[in-house]
Design a protein around this ligand. Structure first.
Ligand code: ACO
Length: 275
């Protein structure tokens, strides 16, 4: 499997092989309707870099049409320990620069680079797929945000979510703040982010941060069962329903009712079109 990856901090696009993906610390497998992305740098607890986010974006852009489920998981003891902390040192991550050098960039250029990083996360919300984060161990900062970027989260009992950015003088900027507020509400989101405290599995389920918590050994099976249940639904109906649900919070009741009508007309025409 080969995907095109812009692995540099603003350099040109280049094609990378599975071997190069491995160097970035990712694995990517497609099995029929299910794609699996594995953060695979356990020796650094799956810490993420600019290259990780570029590769995630390109995986999304090149997702085969038949894929309906995207599973995101981590190898080793942690889902992800967040951003690679070397990115905050003057030396940075070899070949990728650092925030210390990027900080002197002009504002729009700097923002564009953050936008590039965010592209790695945003596609996971596409209506035509359902993304599932299979989260175990630590999911810190960018790791928590990657889990939040997915539609659903299945967690192992040992999960430890932590939004560490404010404790490091930063804001969470990898698209995590909106899903966090949507899931847990504004007061709880403020409390979790500004204290950077750890949320375990029971609380994650109670707060709506996770759909399901299972023993670590059952995580893969639980994700597979959920994927199978999701795949049992007609793709057109699933896509239209997800699109409808995603738009619900931004619409009034009347607007949502109108959106339901529009989607249903398309569904009924598709289902009962004269052959
Ligand atoms: N960036 C770079 N390297 C890391 C990171 C990271 N975020 N996290 C862990 N590592 C490295 C460690 O330096 C260590 O390397 P070494 O073997 O060369 O010494 C190795 O991974 C293993 O880490 P340990 O701390 O020994 O592993 P442990 O399982 O005991 O702890 C934990 C895991 C809790 C995740 C811990 O590593 C940690 O706190 N990491 C930093 C978390 C963090 O602050 N992330 C940034 C959040 S903010 C953001 O993402 C924007």
């Amino acid at each position: 499997m080969s995907v095109t990856v812009d692995a540099s901090l603003g350099g040109s696009a280049e094609t990378v092989s599975a071997r190069e993906l491995a160097e970035i610390g990712l694995r990517y497998e497609v099995d029929g309707e299910i794609a699996t992305i594995t953060l695979d740098r356990p020796e650094r607890r799956n810490a993420q870099t600019f290259a990780t986010w570029s590769a995630l974006a390109r995986i999304g852009e090149n997702l085969p049409d038949q894929v309906r489920i995207v599973v995101v998981k981590g190898e080793g003891p942690s889902f992800s320990a967040g951003i690679d902390l070397r990115m905050f040192t003057p030396e940075g991550v070899p070949g990728q620069g650092s925030f210390a050098s990027a900080a002197s960039l002009e504002e729009t250029t700097f923002e564009r680079r953050i936008a590039d990083a965010q592209r790695g996360f945003l596609w996971l919300r596409r209506p035509d797929i359902v993304s599932i984060a299979a989260v175990h161990g630590h999911a810190i900062g960018a790791g928590f945000q990657l889990a939040l970027a997915c539609d659903l989260r299945v967690v192992a009992d040992d999960v430890k979510f932590c939004m560490k950015e404010p404790a490091l003088g930063l804001v969470p900027d990898l698209t995590g703040t909106k899903p966090l507020v949507d899931l847990v509400g504004l007061p709880r989101a403020i409390e979790l982010c500004l204290t950077a405290r750890v949320v375990g599995a029971d609380e994650a389920v109670r707060l709506g941060l996770a759909e399901l918590a299972v023993p670590p050994g059952d995580l893969a099976r639980a994700v597979r069962d959920l994927a199978d249940a999701l795949l049992a639904t007609d793709r057109g109906a699933a896509t239209a329903t997800k699109r409808l649900l995603q738009g619900a919070q931004g619409r009034s009741l009347e607007e949502q009712a109108a959106a339901e009508r529009k989607e249903q007309v398309i569904r009924l025409r598709t289902l009962f079109a004269p052959s």
